[in-house]
Design a protein around this ligand. Structure first.
Ligand SMILES: NC(=O)C1=CN([C@@H]2O[C@H](COP(=O)(O)OP(=O)(O)OC[C@H]3O[C@@H](n4cnc5c(N)ncnc54)[C@H](OP(=O)(O)O)[C@@H]3O)[C@@H](O)[C@H]2O)C=CC1
Ligand SMILES: CC(=O)[C@@H](O)[C@H](O)COP(=O)(O)O
Ligand SMILES: [Mn+2]
Length: 382
């Protein structure tokens, strides 16, 4: 079989780099067609020198000269215009677009890739949060155009293979509970950036790590599951599972439940999304069933983690509310990472934006870009 041509949008991030590690294990199966970064030009240059893609994109133009100098061959065309990123998302030669951009920056590339008929391996959950309805309209019944990379959604997809969605009673999405699972409200007043970046089970980019610490991540993931699997919000529930070994559970209408398990590594869901519906061998740790280990479960505490409730409320409101939630969250997380606001201020900013901004409009790329900007501007001032 000829190798699959892969475009990685966000190759210098946590998901992008893990995808490249997989390609090192499978050099005959994947060909890197394009890579991209925002500002990490040195990392991108190293990747370009190793994988020799046809294209490389840096979102920040000021780094283009440095990038050019650091690249040791002439096989790669360097790009930096915003529209170039959209062109990469719809390259004729591409078999799969791995969207591992973070935040709203990943939304337009998802739309562009899907509109041009490409298969998207989607790590960028924010795409479905802000514009799930729009995305569903584009793909129609071509469900296999959009394959989740997110570990819980990959787990659900693996449980759903061979099943009818009509027979699904409930999706149970597991949450590690993050670094503050056992902290009291009083302790949570004094959370530092370092505390919040210390995820117990996963090593990820800064934004999603803070989302896990506030449990906004689970709210975003419930919305993501709702659009991916066409299951009403009230039939999706979160449960805290501190070991992150069961990645999610699907319960069927005959009372049977299926779960997908494995030690926490994103390489499994990344590879599955790139090869779906097939599987390929992968060198990652296995569960050792001869060693005793505990799998425990706890209910979610909506009082200590208000971001989760805000996400569900925005999802129920629908319209532009999830896009407002997302933009306000991105700004609040970035301000927290810059030590400008405290951890407990994050949900307050999001809540104010949801209250103050008008959430009714027809969903389109333009209305979503417009509300994203409005919510960001407001969130910066609170
Ligand atoms: N990491 C994980 O284990 C998991 C991640 N996800 C999801 O995957 C997505 C990526 O996460 P993760 O890899 O952790 O994120 P990272 O922050 O590690 O990487 C993000 C990537 O996007 C690039 N980027 C950031 N902003 C822009 C922009 N404005 N324009 C163009 N490129 C940009 C970054 O470039 P640069 O390096 O130059 O900044 C980097 O390549 C997120 O949506 C996250 O929620 C889902 C499940 C697990
Ligand atoms: C690895 C992955 O998919 C993350 O989204 C992870 O789930 C984050 O951990 P939490 O369960 O703490 O949100
Ligand atoms: Mn996840």
């Amino acid at each position: 079989m000829s190798p699959k041509n892969i475009v990685i949008l966000g190759s210098t991030g946590s998901i992008g780099m893990q995808a490249l590690e997989i390609f090192r294990q499978h050099p005959d199966q994947f060909r890197v067609l394009a890579l991209s970064c925002n500002s990490s030009w040195q990392k991108l240059a190293e990747q370009v020198n190793e994988f020799r893609p046809a294209y490389a994109f840096a979102a920040q133009k000021k780094h283009l000269k440095n990038l050019e100098k650091a690249i040791t061959h002439s096989e790669t065309t360097l790009l930096c215009k915003r529209s170039d990123l959209l062109d990469l998302a719809s390259l004729d030669e591409a078999d799969v677009i791995l969207n591992s951009l973070v935040g709203f920056s990943g939304f337009a590339p998802t739309i562009e890739a899907l509109r041009s008929g490409k298969r998207v391996a989607l790590a960028n959950k924010e795409s479905l949060v802000v514009g799930g309805g729009l995305i569903k309209d584009i793909i129609g019944d071509r469900q296999d155009q959009l394959i989740p990379v997110d570990s819980e959604h990959s787990a659900m997809l693996q449980c759903l293979v061979g099943e009818e969605v009509e027979n699904v009673e409930k999706l149970v999405i597991t949450a590690s509970g993050g670094p503050f699972r056992t902290w009291t409200k009083e302790q949570m007043q004094k959370i530092t950036v370092e505390d919040a970046l210390d995820h117990p089970n996963w090593s990820m980019g800064a934004k999603i790590t803070i989302d896990s610490a506030t449990m906004m991540n689970k709210g975003l993931e419930i919305i993501e599951a709702h659009w991916l699997f066409d299951i009403p919000l009230e039939r999706i529930e979160a449960v805290v599972h501190p070991q992150s070994i069961i990645h999610s559970v699907v319960t069927f209408n005959d009372g049977s439940s299926k779960a997908q398990l494995g030690p926490p590594t994103m390489k499994v869901p990344i590879l599955y999304a790139l090869t779906y519906p097939d599987r390929e061998p992968l060198e990652v740790p296995r569960l050792d069933w001869q060693q005793a280990f505990d799998l425990t479960f706890e209910p979610v505490d909506y009082d200590r983690f208000p971001c989760l409730g805000l996400a569900l409320e925005a999802a129920r409101t629908s319209g532009l509310a999830p896009a407002i939630l997302n933009a306000a969250n991105e700004v609040a997380v970035s301000r927290f990472l810059d030590s400008e606001i405290s951890y407990i201020t994050i949900p307050k900013i999001i809540s104010s934006c949801l209250e103050e901004l008008n959430n009714s409009a027809t969903l389109s790329l333009d209305t979503l870009k417009n509300i994203d900007k409005q919510a960001r501007d407001l969130a910066r001032t609170i």
